[in-house]
Each structure stands twice: as structure tokens, then as C-alpha cells.
Write a protein that binds this ligand. Sequence first.
Ligand code: SF4
Length: 392
Amino acid sequence: MAGGDRPVAMQSDITIRRQSRTLQVQQGSQFLLFDTTGRLLLTSELGRVVRRGLNHRMLEVKVHRETDGQIWRSYRDLTEQDKEAQLKAITAVIRQAYKTSAGADRDWLERVLQWSGSTLALDETAFRKVYKPVSILPPDQYHSVVVQVAEGCSYNQCLFCDFYRDRPFHIKSLPELAEHLQGIRDFFGERLQDRSNVFLGDGNALVIPTTRLLTMMDLIQQNLNPMSDTMAAFMDTFSLERKSTEELREIHRRGLDVVYVGLESGADEVRNLLKKQGTASDAVEEVSKLKETGYRVGVILLVGVGGKEMGPIHVRETDRVLSQLPLTPADIVYLSPFVLPKNPAYIQQMHEMGMTPYSPEEVQQEWMGWQRRISSLVTAKVTLYSISEHIY
Ligand code: SF4
């Protein structure tokens, strides 16, 4: 169905709203969202949202409001038992809605009712056959089709980053990519139409030599049209495989439109502590090249990393570096509240250097200060990048 909102149908206290690719069902303060196949996408109610990923992971986000006005969020993966209970409660609401529904609403609700906890759980196995875990995406890429042209990160040593420690870096061969693309088409089925662009995984796809990358992009375009009209990827700013201006221009012309760069900090002292290779000046050079060759960029900063002793230099040098970047309103600066990695190396390093980490509450305070400061410093949009909220 093309077009925007459909007329609202009311059954007792239940409201159903059909949109072109989603079905919304509301009962009181509970809001449910389903895709065209009838799979649950999210449920929300009074400060609690549960989002369901493609692999049947269900992430609960709760918003807490303190009496002093402070707002904070907590995150939890639902256990199998919790999922079952949640889905049963949702099914009860949908059964009630179904009884008094008619026409296209009824057809869609029928599709929703075809799913149960156990059939939805099969998505996990199906997803695993096609994908290595999609460990992280920029927040505006959650609705892309991820294509893992490479697996892992070619560097994989930043102290704060746990995302790809479970896999060796590997660039897919063309036959492997063709099989992966077929797997993606089979896995998504008609849900492919819900996706608007392609994200080239994993951690630094632009490390792939240009000729090979262009061939891979061609293959993606043959298989995932039209969502492959725009593509996005992470890029590091230190690899030996740095692209020339001509190469970047050609890659852009062939469909890569948005590039995300983990600057983390403008202070080399902080970057060194994190074992982030290259200097902040290298990052300025690479981002400038990206802008010159037509890309939109997302620059990611880690708020609260390096602890209290490094706080002032982290702020000062990051502001200085940001003011050198030729960012426009089409670009985004992401402020990512620092979360301690599972890998103990970062915290050990902090102890050895006698540094005092910020508490999660202090990171939140820092984040608010960074948001205010940087919003007045750049014309780009400044927004939250919470790794705790990531779900694909
Ligand atoms: S370059 Fe990026 S993906 Fe690789 S280890 Fe560092 S932060 Fe992680």
C-alpha cells in the first residue's frame, strides 16, 4: 500500500492505524508497532520501550525521572522468559483488536497473529546464517540493509572498543559476497522494501582496496536495488589504505554517500591513551577530503573518556579540531557517552596512569555540557550516539 496514514479505526479502546509499511495498534497507553509480515517491531508504555531486532533480540529501554528533574535511561536485554511473557500479553491485545476489525486491518492483524514466541525465535537462527553479529551502527543507520563486505576491523586494537574482538578481519571474496547477498534477500524477503539504504559493514569497510570495493558495490547494486542507491560506511583515519581524493570521488559517484569517522577526541593525548592510531590532524585531513569529494559525514566523539584528569584537554582540543572541520548542516556530530568496555585493558591503563574515571552520572553531566557547547560551535547537527541503544 502506497501513501501516508490511513483512516483510524476504533474498536472499544483499541485504535488501529495502517501506514504504508507498518501497522500501529494502541490500547490506552500501550503502543504496538508491526511490520508488513506481522512481526513485532516495538512496544512502548509509560516510559518503557521494547524494541525487537531482526535476530529476535528484545531490548528494553526505561526512562527514569528523578524528583530533581534529572532524566536517565536504563537498558536491559529481555530474557527468553521475559520475551515469551511480553509476546503473550501483546497477542492478547491483538486478539481483542481482531474480533472487531474488518477489511485490510483484519488481514494485517491476521498476519500478526500467525506469529508466536517460538516462530519469532526462528529469526535468530535465520539471521545467524547470514550475518556475523552486527555489533554497532550509527543511530541513523538502524534501518539500513547491512551488507558485511568485510567482517571485523582491520585494526581492532582501540582500548575502548569491544565490537569486533570475536572475529578476525576478513574481506569477503566476490563469491562469498554473492552468497551473502542472496542470504540477505532470502532473510529479509518482502521486508527489504522497509529499508531505505545499504550500510557497508563492519568496522572500517573503506579499508578495502578501491578497485575491489567498487566491484563489491556494483554487485550490491545488482542485488539490492533501489536501497543501494545510497550507501554508508565507517572509515578509520589512519589505515595505510587511505584513499586519494580521486578514489574517494569515484566511490562517491558510485553510490557511497555517508561516511562515519570515529574521531573520539581532538586531543592526541586522549587518542594515545585509547590506542587510537594516527593523530587528530590526520582525522582533520581525511574528513576535509571527504567533504571536498561530496560526502556527508558523521563525526563520533567519546564523551567522558580519559577520565577527569584528561577532561580539560579532551574538551579544549576537541573544540579546536571541530572548528577546523569543514562541516555543514548536512553533517552530524555524534556525542557518545563513554561506556566501560568489557576488555579490562582500558581500566587497567587508567589505574596505571593514576586517572580517575567518571561515574555514569558524571558522564551524563559531561554529555549535557558537550551538547550545549558543541551545538554553538558547529553548523552540523549534534546528537546522541548511545551504544547501549543499538539494536539491529
Ligand atoms: S578502528 Fe574503530 S572498529 Fe576498529 S578497533 Fe578502533 S574503534 Fe573499533
